[in-house]
Write a protein that binds this ligand. Structure first.
Ligand code: SIN
Ligand code: FE
Length: 294
């Protein structure tokens, strides 16, 4: 694989790039690199400096997030929460502008999902189980939200005011990891997908793709030998930097850091430049059959 981290000198949330440049960034991203923009930061106003504290978390969620116009996971006066919502919305707009400027082909397909503000120190609250422990290498896959191959695209920005980097580990290429774990992933129990969706555990029916992605997530986190010995690198994302990746494809683990914004998007693979690198197509190639209904 090419280097798992690809840096670009982009200083604007609406950068001016040539078609050849966007093509290059898109190819790197879709091949599974983290696109690192070391000189793209998010500014918090003087008034917003007060949000530099984990005490804004209400204790019920790991992060503060914006869903539609509602702030979730935060505690404070109506005025403070309104101000917080406007700060998070500003991040959401800038992250969206960045993605549609860098990857114009995505614009027609992109679904904007949750925006989060993460004032907690990584590891400050122990994960409730190893499955939720994001300091273990994993690809994102969520039990209640079947994707049917749709991509999870994320933008992250470190806003730490005290020069503390966010440190990740980034693992081997998706295809290698899939080859490593697939032999131990058993097919779904017949009718389990219908049952899970009928009783409301999943938002829609789990496809075989979702079944494999969830097991890939779980097997990887459970395998301490793999966690320790697989090929990986530590990456420091300094304050004032932004990074973008398909988190369903990049093996990642959050090791340390505090104060970050994050924007999630969902992208149907029809919107990709090179969908052959998508986890769905890679897994279908390795399994030699279709994993979602078409
Ligand atoms: C994750 O997506 O697993 C965590 C990312 C982070 O908090 O830095
Ligand atoms: Fe993750």
């Amino acid at each position: 694989m090419q280097d798992a981290i690809q840096s670009f000198d982009i200083r604007d949330w609406k950068p001016n790039l040539t078609a050849a440049e966007t093509e290059k960034v898109a190819l790197n991203l879709e091949q599974g690199a983290v696109i690192h923009l070391p000189t793209l930061g998010f500014s918090m106003t003087n008034d917003e400096q007060k949000f530099y504290s984990p005490s804004w978390l209400n204790g019920q969620r790991k992060n503060i997030s914006l869903e539609g116009l509602n702030v979730r996971g935060a505690t404070g006066s109506i005025n403070d929460l309104t101000q917080m919502a406007s700060m998070i919305t500003r991040y959401a707009h800038q992250a969206t502008q960045l993605i549609i400027t860098l990857f114009p082909n995505y614009a027609l397909y992109l679904n904007t999902a949750r925006t989060s503000y993460r004032p907690n120190m990584v590891g400050a609250v122990a994960a409730r189980s190893w499955k939720k422990d994001d300091s273990r290498l994993h690809v994102d896959a969520f039990p209640s939200r079947p994707n049917h191959g749709e991509r999870i695209l994320r933008v992250f920005t470190n806003v730490n005011p005290e020069n503390v980097s966010r440190v990740w580990r980034v693992g081997e290429a998706f295809e290698q990891a899939a080859q490593h774990f697939l032999p131990n992933i058993k097919p779904p129990v017949p009718f389990s997908a219908s049952l899970l969706s009928a009783i409301g555990i999943t938002k829609r029916k789990r496809s075989e793709y979702d079944h494999i992605m969830l097991h890939l997530h779980d097997h990887m986190k459970a395998d301490l030998d793999y966690q320790k010995n697989t090929q990986q690198q530590a990456v420091n994302f300094a304050p004032g930097s932004t990074w973008i990746c398909f988190s369903d494809q990049v093996l990642h683990a959050a090791m340390s850091g505090q104060y970050m914004f994050e924007q999630t998007f969902h992208l149907p693979i029809a919107g990709q430049y090179h969908s052959e690198f998508s986890p769905l197509h890679v897994l279908e190639k390795l399994q030699k059959r279709q994993l979602v209904k078409r």
